[in-house]
Design a protein around this ligand. Structure first.
Ligand SMILES: O=P(O)(O)OP(=O)(O)OP(=O)(O)OC[C@H]1O[C@@H](n2cnc3c(O)ncnc32)[C@H](O)[C@@H]1O
Ligand SMILES: [Ca+2]
Length: 492
């Protein structure tokens, strides 16, 4: 009897050992469930979408972005899902045929309807930003510019997407959002890495944006951002009329001042000879208007690189500067610092000429040789490239080198800090992604909360707790000696 009582006392669930095991068991189960709830996010990946139309001076592109719905504040999460190049020229070319401006976008918007899942159409914001071509049109003819914008707005409102606006963005915004894009795609914000500057060369304007330690003496060139808990002071400037199409007009207009009938152009290949209308040069507010725009002149190539560079230098004013330092045209610019990403026409041109990894001196030598090559040889070497692009590569690359070296003051020593880039992680470098991230509040000023454990830590804790539960279960079986825990043989 006494022995039986002793066994009973030993196996009683009130014994300190049993209470301890039960307590540990409950604690382990509670801990396991709490961690699972806190750590786990919904496993099904729900995506969100956004569409931005880049209505540039030379053409319009539609960019469709995608990101996991529950991770929108994590940088590096938005990716470019699809793009569509609108057929024809930029929307500013529809000044005399405004209704076609909106119609020109329809094919690409139909493509966007296929890229974004139907159920998400209504929740997908669509934005249109117009750049330098429309800035010039609005200076020249405000009414035509308003009508073009109204026409594109009508088309976008007629899509199933969530229309959020169509506007002409400022040069400052264009520069700053290009900088946000390249640094977001390089994950420089979240990792607090040094940022890279952004160089954008369009058809009608060009932008330079970078973080400078020198405090800005010119408020219109300065933008402050707080991103992911870090302050950034940006220097930015957009030069209207210094995109590569407008600068070509400026350079030709300068040369036509001496002879209005024949233009012997050192920036075009020997053997190039084309009759052009004066209007094709003087039809922009960037170049003075001419009295007889329909009269023609003969454009003759000479292929002399040194002379080409000298003629391009004439479109810059390097002399007057009322600040401690200037780029050109009396615009303040601190010394360039750090790495740079150069995109759009910088990339198209330097990539075509295989100059993206050359030093400054090598680029000059190579370009000098290329410019002196005859037009017939150039054409036969590149039968598939558009004549307009092909004829202009010598001019465009000479302009790029002059802008970077004489304009922005890059030197042979820091030339290789410039990376000529098209895409980063499959997304195009350009202002559109930064614009959308800003309008959807997807880059927070402060760093967002991170999960309490890393994935590795989470798995380790879960494994440990699971093993603890199994051990506790085994122990409790042993101590209570309950039949359900015994082997089938023992039960029999
Ligand atoms: O920023 P803005 O000034 O409004 O102009 P854009 O947005 O239309 O300008 P892009 O960057 O699209 O293009 C810049 C220039 O490069 C030209 N371009 C585009 N693709 C090219 C290629 O493959 N080779 C040479 N030039 C090209 C284009 O015609 C423009 O003159
Ligand atoms: Ca552009």
């Amino acid at each position: 009897m006494a022995e039986q009582r002793e066994i009973k006392a030993k196996t009683s669930w009130r014994s300190p050992r049993t209470i301890c095991i039960i307590f540990l068991f409950i604690a382990a189960v509670v801990a396991l469930m709490t961690i699972a709830i806190v750590q786990s996010k919904p496993i099904s990946q729900k995506y969100k979408y956004g569409i931005v139309l880049d209505a540039g001076s030379s053409h319009t592109s539609v960019y469709i972005y995608e990101w996991p719905a529950e991770k929108e504040n994590n940088t590096g999460m938005v990716r470019q899902l699809d793009t569509c190049d609108v057929e024809g020229k930029g929307i500013s070319s529809y000044a005399n045929n405004v209704s076609q401006a909106g119609n020109s976008l329809k094919k690409c918007m139909d493509k966007a309807k296929k890229s974004v899942p139907k159920a998400k159409h209504g929740d997908t914001p669509v934005y249109l930003g117009a750049t330098a071509g429309m800035r010039l049109l609005s200076m020249e003819n405000k009414r035509a510019s308003d009508e073009v914008m109204a026409s594109v707005e009508r088309t976008l409102r007629n899509t199933p997407f969530d229309y959020q606006g169509a506007r002409i963005i400022s040069g400052q915004e264009e520069g700053a959002f290009g900088w946000i894009t390249v640094n977001y795609l390089s994950d420089n914000f979240r990792q607090a890495k040094p940022t890279m500057g952004a160089l954008d060369l369009g058809g009608a304007s060009t932008q330079i944006t970078f973080v400078s330690k020198q405090s800005s003496v010119s408020p219109e060139n300065s933008i402050d951002f707080r991103l992911y808990g870090k302050d950034y002071q940006l220097y930015t400037h957009s030069f209207l009329c210094y995109g590569k199409d407008q600068v070509l007009k400026l350079a030709m207009a300068h040369q036509l001042e001496t002879d209005e009938y024949i233009l012997h152009d050192p920036c075009f290949h020997p053997g190039y000879k084309v009759n052009k209308s004066l209007g094709s040069v003087f039809n922009s507010p960037c170049a003075k208007t001419f009295d007889e725009p329909s009269r023609t002149f003969t454009h003759i190539g000479e292929g002399k690189w040194e002379e080409c560079r000298n003629s391009i230098r004439k479109v810059f004013n390097f002399s007057d500067c009322s600040f401690s330092s200037c780029s050109f045209n009396r615009v303040y610019q601190p010394k360039v610092e750090g790495m740079f990403g150069a995109f759009s026409a910088y990339y198209f041109v330097m990539n075509f000429l295989n100059l993206t990894t050359h030093s400054l001196e090598e680029s000059k030598m190579s370009l000098s040789k290329y410019c002196s090559t005859s037009w017939s040889e150039i054409k036969s070497n590149h039968p598939k490239v558009k004549d307009k692009y092909l004829a202009e590569y010598c001019f465009s690359a000479t302009y790029i080198l002059t802008l970077l070296e004489d304009g922005y003051k890059f030197t042979p020593e820091n030339w290789n800090d410039i990376n000529f880039i098209d895409k980063i992680e499959n997304s195009n470098a350009g202002w559109t992604l930064g614009y959308m991230l800003n309008l959807t509040n997807m880059i927070p000023a402060e760093a967002p909360d991170t999960p309490p454990l890393t994935n590795g830590g989470f798995v380790t804790v879960m494994l440990f707790l699971s093993m603890a539960i199994i051990v506790l279960l085994a122990l409790s079986c042993k101590f209570f000696g309950r039949p359900s825990c015994s082997s089938p043989k023992e039960i029999i």
